[in-house]
Write a protein of this length. Sequence first.
Length: 220
Amino acid sequence: MENAATRLETVRANIARMCKPARREPSSVTLIAVSKTHDAPAIQPLIDAGQRVFGENRVQEAQGKWPALREAHPDIALHLIGQLQSNKADEAVALFDCVHSLDRPSLLTALAKAMDKADRQVPCFVQVNIGDEAQKGGCPIAELPAFLESVRRTDIPLAGLMCIPPADTEAAPFFAFLAKLAADHGLTGLSMGMSGDYETAVMLGATHVRVGTALFGSRG
């Protein structure tokens, strides 16, 4: 069994390897360790190995384990990578350093209000429904230009675009499409790529990759 430090080293090496042909610096890619469903004892070895950016899917789950971990390690950054309900906006703004799932006007309004109230500006990625899947969150592609304009009219820092390609499909075309959409709208941040396809994502311009299994190991 590989330990956390070895897995982290492997993922970082893969990111560096994919940056080379793209003529990018490995430091231009933020590795987000997806710690959802993992408890503090499972997360601690990755922290000890030097990982400092983590991703959670749910506000409530993150509230249960991260305050103590961050008290011990104040330099940790926490990203919300799952869907966010508008009624959880206040809690999300208080807890997270970045949100990857801004995808609809009601959530935009809720987050803008929460940030004003907390006097805290949290960068947000706009999630795009890149595969036009009815069951998936994300701003429809046709509505993206208008929605980005709405975001820019607020004080919310616009970090870039995020996507989750359709499952069991070659991810590269969707990553390339997201990169084109971002470029068309003057955005440089690209949150794309998970354990199975983060190397492809880096090659196609990802600035943030969300990696869980490759860092925490497969569940038994």
